[in-house]
Design a protein around this ligand. Structure first.
Ligand SMILES: [Mg+2]
Length: 228
């Protein structure tokens, strides 16, 4: 009998990376480089967050520069953001993030990053954290489970998209902090880990997950379970 192959799908924001710190760093660079009040960015961010969406911070700032006829300054800002964050990288990742990827590589497991949000901002964050070298897909809607299920064939296997290497897997293992990501997620043998600490839960993370998805407080807890 051949071994069943699993493909691991890992979320980026609030699963691998500390998204609050990434946003804070971007606001820092932005307020330093261009005359846009911090309060203005924070207020816009808050409005969108309350609706449960990801705020397109980068797009907001880029539009602002364009409106002021200073669009050419965007490249400098983007480069400075990536440069500065790379210098302080370990603290921008959540506990267990590097260990998880090391564990996957060591056991020869295939994996990819599946992230939801505005492409401009997502790519900037992925570059700043060095994940632009990993297999990745940026989606503009939050229905990850539905997307993954669409790869499933009548024999139960999954034909992976080119961005994830284009191979075939028998099961998907997904780690994500948002319950909504697991809507329409495929059944066993696929499984998931919903990484969300009830003590610090955000409205956008809340919800119910299917029975083959286990709740873990932290990424380190999920990794401990995976290793078991
Ligand atoms: Mg997330």
């Amino acid at each position: 009998m051949t071994q069943k192959t699993e493909f691991f799908i890992i979320d980026f924001d609030r699963t691998l990376a500390d998204s609050d710190k990434l946003l804070e760093a971007f606001i820092e660079v932005t307020t330093e480089y261009i005359a846009i009040p911090r309060e203005q960015i924070e207020a816009a961010n808050r409005d969108v967050r309350q609706r449960g969406d990801s705020f397109d911070t980068a797009g907001y700032v880029r539009d602002h520069l364009n409106e002021m006829d200073r669009g050419e300054e965007w490249d400098t800002l983007e480069k400075e953001f990536i440069h500065r964050l790379r210098a302080r990288l370990p603290e921008l990742l959540l506990a267990g993030a590097s260990e998880l990827l090391e564990w996957l590589r060591a056991r020869g497991s295939s994996y990819g990053i599946l992230t939801y949000g505005n492409p401009l901002w997502q790519h900037m964050k992925l570059s700043a954290t060095g994940f632009n070298h990993e297999q990745r897909i940026v989606m503009e809607h939050k229905h990850k489970g539905r997307l993954i299920s669409s790869w499933q064939q009548s024999d139960g296997s999954f034909v992976l998209p080119q961005e994830f290497g284009g191979g075939v897997a028998d099961a998907i293992v997904m780690l994500d902090d948002k319950a909504v990501s697991f809507e329409d997620f495929p059944a066993v043998p696929s499984r998931g880990y919903w990484i969300c600490d009830p003590m610090h839960e955000l409205p956008s993370q809340r919800g119910t997950v299917p029975a083959n998805v286990q709740r873990c407080n932290t990424l380190s807890d999920a990794l401990a379970t995976l290793r078991h």
